[in-house]
Design a protein around this ligand. Structure first.
Ligand code: FAD
Length: 507
């Protein structure tokens, strides 16, 4: 630094928490910042991690690319399987199922998105449903998988996929990956947060054994308790339970039964829903429910009676309130993971929110002064991302024909954020899906869930009429043939795993 100006460069980043959020933060920050910044991660052996978080979305693969992690090695280490989407059963009405499959629907054609033309012809007697034109959905049905990026010379991209994994093993794998880099892991329990008198910034955290850990920037990954962001800085929590009323979950592993599905299942229940997540060594299960409509004992009995294999442990209870911190970044502290907010795992978004928060933090990387403009921008962007995911989740509950239990009757009458009401109105009016800015979910995601939940447009975009019917018929027939061939060429999901990434094999 010249002119005697104070050197404000970041020297020490302290991460509090060694769950999934803490270790993703440590690995990504270490890789991005290199040796110029020292990273210390504090984790408490006395306070465990949440230990759930087994389903992901495709963006997680970017972490591998960034860190140089080999996919097969990762899947072996975390007992992982591939995920092509989510199957929603009994959400629209009992007995009905649909996929929210990753990847494209149809293929590029004309001026409009594929679904505009499909909507035009969808009521013809010979019309196939939308998912007949989604490679991922067809691979889910066939329980097949491969990793090719393109389907031959066709306009079709290959499968878009994410992972199912054991969350504890994933954190451990990232930890191993950090070894030898610039992360110092400290075991200890934070009992006090020391703040500077002048500006209220966090100066250090104090551990029970008397150690004092100083930092310039603090990342709060301490889980639901939000030890720094709430405990010390009182950022405040905005409760969204009037929109998303489920407030409890029970999680239990079970023995694996039958062929491995390449998708998560979300099965609607009388006052919530149940997840089934296939891993190599077991199945992950959980029941998310609303305690106003169902007792813990009833929820537990319902979960246990709907397992496919024998339970391997006692169900583990978890409590939460849907919502977000009023400020995600306050002073010199950024909250990530459960410390930043909670949206139920219906669309497996929590781990992604850690990753995207880190991306934003790196783009806005502050010096030790943490300029207010940077904090405001981070908070604005993070809030936007959370709100749009919230809207997407509400859609699953709000657009339902179910009226069979008090819970579902009340869900159908839930209030709607204006942003969601607008999206639904646009779709109803003419099949249009408008995404703003950096929204996480794609047009294809909104389309599948709106149609899957029974929202049918009254009309289709007028421009769709410019494509002659016979030309579109030929296109659809070719597409179905291509998809059928591509699926026939893929090995079974289980076979692919056995050949490439079965736990306990390989180097
Ligand atoms: P935690 O796992 O709670 O870790 C907190 C860490 O802070 C621990 O290491 C603890 O030791 C440490 N700590 C706490 N207090 C102190 C202290 N005083 N001193 C020192 N250290 C301390 N996400 C998904 O992406 N997909 C899913 O399918 C999914 N399913 C979920 C299902 C449920 C029911 C729930 C509740 C969550 C789910 N999530 C899912 C979210 C996911 O589990 C979390 O986002 C993820 O595990 C990150 O958790 P975390 O690291 O923020 O918190």
């Amino acid at each position: 630094m010249s002119d005697g100006a104070e050197d404000l460069r970041l020297r020490r980043v302290v991460i509090v928490g060694g769950g999934t959020a803490g270790w993703i933060s440590a690995a990504l920050l270490a890789r991005a910042l290199g040796r110029q910044v020292r990273i210390v991660l504090v984790e408490s052996p006395e306070i465990g991690t949440v230990g759930v978080g087994e389903a992901t979305i495709p963006q997680i693969r970017l972490i591998n690319t960034f860190l140089g992690i080999d996919e097969d090695e990762l899947l072996r280490a975390v007992q992982g399987t591939f995920k092509l989407g989510i199957q929603f059963c009994d959400w629209h009405r009992i007995g009905h199922a649909y996929y929210h499959a990753f990847g494209e629907i149809g293929a590029p054609l004309g001026l409009l998105p594929f679904h505009a033309y499909w909507l035009r012809d969808r009521s013809r007697p010979d019309a196939a449903d939308l998912w007949a034109y989604a490679l991922n959905a067809q691979a889910c049905e066939a329980r097949r998988f491969d990793r090719r990026q393109r389907i031959g010379t066709s306009p079709l991209s290959g499968l878009r996929y994410a992972y199912h994994f054991d969350a504890g093993l994933y954190a451990r794998h990232l930890r191993r990956h950090c070894d030898g880099r610039v992360v110092e892991a400290v075991e200890g329990t934070v009992i006090e947060v020391e703040r500077r008198a002048a500006d209220g910034f966090i100066a250090a955290v104090h551990l029970r054994d008397g150690r004092r850990i100083e930092g310039d920037l603090f990342i709060d990954c301490s889980g639901f308790r939000g030890l720094l962001i709430e405990g010390a800085l009182e950022a405040g929590y905005e409760d969204w339970s009037h929109w998303l009323p489920c407030d409890r979950a029970l999680a239990v592993p079970s023995a694996r039964q039958g062929p491995m599905r390449p998708y998560t299942q979300a099965l609607a229940r009388s006052a919530g829903w149940q997840w089934r997540i296939p891993l190599q060594h077991r199945e992950g299960n959980g029941h998310v429910y609303c305690s106003r409509y169902l007792s813990d004992d009833e929820a537990c009995a319902m979960l246990l009676s709907n397992l496919e294999g024998e339970p391997l442990a006692e169900p583990r209870p978890l409590r939460f309130t849907a919502g977000v911190r009023k400020r995600f970044w306050s002073h010199n502290c950024i909250a990530l993971g459960l410390a930043s907010g909670f949206l139920e795992p219906l669309e497996s978004t929590s781990i992604h929110l850690v990753q995207s928060g880190l991306g934003r933090l790196l783009a806005l990387l502050p010096d030790r002064a943490c300029a207010p403009a940077l904090r405001e921008e981070y908070n604005r962007q993070t809030r936007f991302e959370y709100e749009r995911i919230r809207d997407f989740l509400i859609l699953h509950y709000r657009a339902t024909e179910r009226r069979d239990t008090p819970f579902w009757r009340d869900c159908a009458a839930l209030p709607m954020p204006a942003s969601l009401a607008h999206k639904i109105a646009l779709f109803r009016a003419g099949g249009r899906i408008v995404r703003e800015g950096e929204e996480l979910f794609t047009e294809g995601s909104w389309l599948q869930v709106m149609l899957g939940q029974g929202i049918v447009p009254h009309a289709y975009p007028a421009l769709a009429d410019t494509l002659p019917g016979p030309q579109f018929d030929g296109f659809l027939a070719d597409l179905r043939t291509l998809i059928a061939r591509a699926i026939a060429d893929m090995p079974a999901h289980e076979r692919f795993i056995a050949d490439h990434c079965a736990a306990g094999t390989g180097a």
